[in-house]
Design a protein around this ligand. Structure first.
Ligand SMILES: *Cc1c(COP(=O)(O)O)cnc(C)c1O
Length: 381
């Protein structure tokens, strides 16, 4: 009989991880899951058929490791990005299992212990979390807080904040999650100029949903060898479960990321599925117009209900005017609608789904009692 007592495993954990809790939005079976900015539409049947045929074709070869250089996928991603009008070559492209992995590669290569990264809060919380896992010191930069300019970011303020900390990495998110608004390219240019020793990362996960006239940082890549633009197939491309994120940058920078990736990090099925999806780009992106129409409907109807929305270039809307965001989140869940509490007092974030899901959300909002409204009194909190 053994008399062993269980070891306290948290004592064995890296000191900087002790007491941390794992990131992750609830995955609940509800009629309207509008909390993780997925595309609500399933992959179209003809694309499913081609993916299935491609996967069937490669299955016998799974005894071999995948193409480490994901050659066909890289070419397809470069071709897709080039459609925007900025020519992007295959050697400018890097990919991973979701853009989260691509972000990890950037931190592993250019951050690490003793180095700092800055982002502008509120923004994508994974930037700070991945910084932590790579032992990069994360510095939360500031956005405007004045009414009328709330959550905005301007070139002057970004340059001043970046200059004062001399970071190894600068993160800009455009359109920004969770606020929704895209930034001007002048902000990217200012960050680049103010941090001569930094890699500047523009996270464009929602680029395909941006309002007309929104310029991509892809147009700034030429001549800026420290600039990186990250994208994902998880949102507009309706492929969140496929796990494929990517970036475009200078060929020398992407080559350096080979130093930190695990060997054969992109499985053969993932590569095949993503290539098949990219072959049907127009079909895969065919829902973008329907989604942005629901986004705009959400903004208009929430404003009419007295819950002010933040202008959105993404597939979601951040809205305020709530007495207690947590209480409203729970009340919506009671009504079968799951939204995201992103930790900003008095605000919640909702994904633009199908018209039926959007109706379910708006009906639930309209059914809320006045106790959910932010009044002058509850504003004191
Ligand atoms: C959803 C999202 C991602 C995408 O993550 P994947 O790992 O590609 O699924 C990246 N950045 C932001 C800002 C996001 O909101």
């Amino acid at each position: 009989m053994t008399t062993s007592t269980r070891a306290d495993l948290t004592r064995l954990l890296r000191a900087d991880l002790r007491g941390e809790s794992a990131y992750g939005a609830p995955q609940l079976a509800v009629p309207a899951a509008l909390n993780t900015n997925e595309n609500s539409y399933p992959v179209p049947a003809d694309v499913v058929a081609e993916m299935a045929a491609e996967v069937a074709r490669i299955l016998p070869g799974l005894n071999r490791y995948p193409d480490r250089e994901f050659t066909a996928l890289r070419a397809a991603l470069a071709g897709y990005l080039s459609r925007s009008g900025t020519p992007i070559s295959a050697d400018q492209v890097w990919a991973g299992n979701g853009s989260n992995e691509v972000l990890l590669h950037l931190f592993q290569a250019f951050g690490g212990a003793g180095r700092t990264a800055i982002g502008f809060t509120p923004s994508y919380s994974m930037h700070a979390i991945i910084a932590g896992t790579s032992q990069t010191t994360w510095l939360p930069g500031r956005r405007h807080t004045e009414p009328g300019r709330l959550f905005e970011l301007d070139a002057e303020s970004v340059a001043a904040q970046v200059e004062s900390v001399n970071p190894a990495l600068v993160f800009l998110c455009s359109p920004n999650n969770p606020t929704g608004t895209a930034i001007g390219l002048d902000v990217v240019e200012a960050a680049y100029a103010a941090a001569p020793d930094a890699v500047i990362v523009v996270d464009e996960a929602y680029a395909e949903f941006a309002r007309p006239g929104t310029a991509s940082a892809l147009t700034l890549l030429a001549g800026r060898e420290r600039l990186v633009v990250t994208r994902t197939m998880s949102k507009a491309f309706a492929l969140a479960g496929g796990r494929l994120g990517y970036l475009a940058a200078d060929p020398e920078l992407t080559a350096l990321l080979r130093l930190v990736r695990l060997p054969y990090h992109l499985s053969t099925p993932v590569q095949a599925i993503a290539v098949a999806a990219l072959r049907h780009t127009d079909t895969m992106l065919g829902t973008v117009g329907a989604i942005t129409a629901q986004r705009d409907r959400i903004a208009i109807e929430l404003a009419a209900l007295g819950y002010p929305p933040v202008p959105s270039d993404a597939n979601f809307v951040l809205f305020g005017g709530l007495a207690d965001a947590g209480a409203t989140w729970a009340a919506l869940l009671d009504r079968g609608v799951l939204v995201r509490d992103v930790g900003i007092p008095h605000y919640l974030r909702v994904t633009a789904g199908t018209p039926a899901e959007t109706t379910a959300f708006l009906d639930a909002m309209a059914s809320l009692g006045d106790e959910h409204r932010l009044t002058r009194r509850s504003d004191q909190s």
